[in-house]
Design a protein around this ligand. Structure first.
Ligand SMILES: [Zn+2]
Length: 213
């Protein structure tokens, strides 16, 4: 087994992808893994999922991946655009299974930093993985938002409200709690009638019934 075979198996890239070559220079402390499409492969259309033929490839993109021992590792690939026979219109870039759209990190790296963020502040995580914290905040925001979207408030009956300021003398935030479950369900800026309106809207979006509260 060659090193590219080994990496290909470990990376779980999905159908149609292969590890093309690897660049490793211990002095740079970085490992670069170049992946490419297998000729003749079909990829799911980004819009409808229909297996589609490759139209062309975009520019090379780079994603930070989990460290390879003590070395930072990066994936490089040109994502194909497919010509879907079911969707009319211009070719669309496929969604790889190793990264979210517009993220510069692999999903494995993101899962790792999310795990760290549960135990320590974002700034500390950033230092640990040698990234600027501004590049890590969007990861946290994305997964928090995703988790919030799945929340179901349909059985919320008793709500408590607490007001606090973000910093001393700064903007107020209102914190709404499900008193039965003792769980924060919504946080909105301000402490006026708009706050209540925002909360009502948030509650309804998640299947809640403002009239029964
Ligand atoms: Zn399609």
């Amino acid at each position: 087994m060659t090193e590219t075979d080994l990496l290909q198996m470990a990376l779980n890239l999905g159908m149609g992808w292969k590890v093309d070559h690897v660049e490793f220079n211990p002095d740079d402390k970085e490992l670069h893994i170049f992946i490419s499409t297998v000729k003749g492969s079909k990829f799911e259309c980004a819009t409808c999922g229909n297996p589609s033929t490759v139209y062309d490839h975009g520019r090379e993109r780079k994603w930070r991946h989990l460290n390879f021992f003590q070395y930072e590792a990066y994936l490089h690939a040109k994502l194909p655009r497919t010509d879907c026979s079911k969707c009319n219109g211009s070719p669309k870039t496929i969604k790889p299974n190793w990264a979210r759209e517009r993220s510069g990190f692999s999903v494995y790296f993101e899962a790792f930093v999310i795990l760290l963020m549960k135990a320590m502040p974002v700034k500390k995580v950033a230092n640990l993985v040698d990234e600027h914290d501004t590049t890590l905040w969007p990861i946290l925001h994305h997964y928090v938002e995703e988790a919030r979207e799945r929340e179901d408030y349909s059985d919320v009956k008793h709500v408590g409200l607490d007001e606090t300021s973000r910093k001393k003398g700064h903007k107020y935030v209102s914190i709404f709690m499900d008193l039965d479950k003792r769980k924060v369900i919504s946080v909105t800026e301000g402490k006026d009638q708009h706050t209540l309106k925002d909360f009502k809207h948030d509650l309804m979006v998640h299947g809640g019934h403002p009239d029964t509260i």
